[in-house]
Design a protein around this ligand. Structure first.
Ligand SMILES: Nc1ncnc2c1ncn2[C@@H]1O[C@H](COP(=O)(O)OP(=O)(O)OP(=O)(O)O)[C@@H](O)[C@H]1O
Length: 291
């Protein structure tokens, strides 16, 4: 199966600030990727560069093997995008937007549109300039879903949605995820949503993708380990997998990445200590990886 997105040493610089520092990644149909990172980590920049909004300073982003900045109108039909700040026209109503978008889409799923309008209670006759932020966000999402894109990119799509709409929207993502021909990348700060719908995680830190892989693999490979000694000691634990260590009395707490189960016994033997391993939830992993 070929990748719908390929990032090869992708770099992006604004003035003298390097925001993306050489990112390598692939997106395959069937993947639902949650893009996580602190404010300013570069999530929006990454999503926009994938979409060909602006040229990379180095490397390249390709969509279906075509440079993102060169993609044809035909390929654009296969993409849906929800920007962080919506780009709706305030003097048009929701229905006007539907008509406009439908006019340049080759495919349009009207039953899906009707269902989402009813479920999300979008006031389609209202000028979008008068809609609430959440109503505008729902409309933006609707417009990105209606043509059933193969690649859906969403920049913090749920930030302004109420809990009910958020659930309904996440259910849509789950439905899309069930279709093996489609891929989703969405940035978010809501870690519980990631656990609900994503099967892949990209963790962006200061412009570097410090983790990319399955959600379950991330949880298995990132642990907190407590070493308990018979008496207060001060051993040097310089394993490369240990990214943080904190001493307290006769215990040392380690944060370990790339964890392998056999490391439990290795630690016990090398440091003559009792070893307790604690698997972490995604929120704790995020906090540990983004000190
Ligand atoms: N056009 C631009 N010119 C200069 N700097 C920019 C530009 N766009 C983004 N940046 C800088 O790039 C960095 C990353 O911004 P970006 O919006 O990609 O982060 P983010 O991870 O999406 O943040 P947030 O979670 O707050 O939305 C920030 O320091 C920002 O100031």
């Amino acid at each position: 199966m070929s990748a719908c997105v390929s990032l090869n040493n992708l770099q992006r610089q604004f003035s003298r600030v390097t925001v993306l520092k050489g990112i390598n990644a692939r997106v395959f149909p069937g993947q639902v990727i949650a893009l996580l990172g602190k404010n300013g980590a570069g999530k929006t920049t990454l999503l926009e560069t994938i979409l060909g909004f602006g040229f990379p300073s180095g490397g390249e982003a390709t969509l279906w093997q075509v440079k993102a900045t060169d993609i044809s109108g035909e390929l654009k039909q296969r993409i849906g995008f929800v920007p962080q700040q919506d780009e709706l026209l305030p003097s048009l109503t929701g229905n006007d937007h539907l008509k406009l978008f439908k006019s340049f889409r080759a495919h349009w799923n009207q039953p899906l549109v009707d269902k989402l309008i009813a479920e999300w209670l979008i006031p389609m006759n209202m000028h979008t300039g008068k809609m609430s932020v959440g109503q505008r966000q729902k409309l933006s999402i609707l417009l990105a879903l209606a043509h059933e894109p193969e690649l859906l990119i969403l920049d913090e799509p749920v930030a302004s949605l109420d809990p009910i709409a958020r659930r309904q929207f996440l259910q849509q993502l789950v439905d899309i995820a069930a279709d093996e021909n489609r891929a989703v990348i969405f940035s978010t700060h809501i870690v519980s949503d990631v656990e609900r719908v994503a099967n892949q995680v990209w963790m962006l830190r200061d412009g570097d993708l410090v983790y990319q892989g399955g959600l379950d693999e991330l949880k298995e490979s990132f642990v907190r380990v407590t070493l308990t000694f018979d008496q207060p000691v001060n051993p040097k634990i310089n394993w490369p997998q240990v990214i943080k260590q904190k001493k307290s009395g006769n215990q040392i707490q380690l944060t370990v990445e790339h964890w392998q189960p056999e490391m439990e016994q290795q630690l016990a033997q090398e440091f003559s200590a009792q070893v307790r391993v604690e698997y972490l939830g995604l929120e704790d992993i995020f906090l540990e990886m983004n000190p």
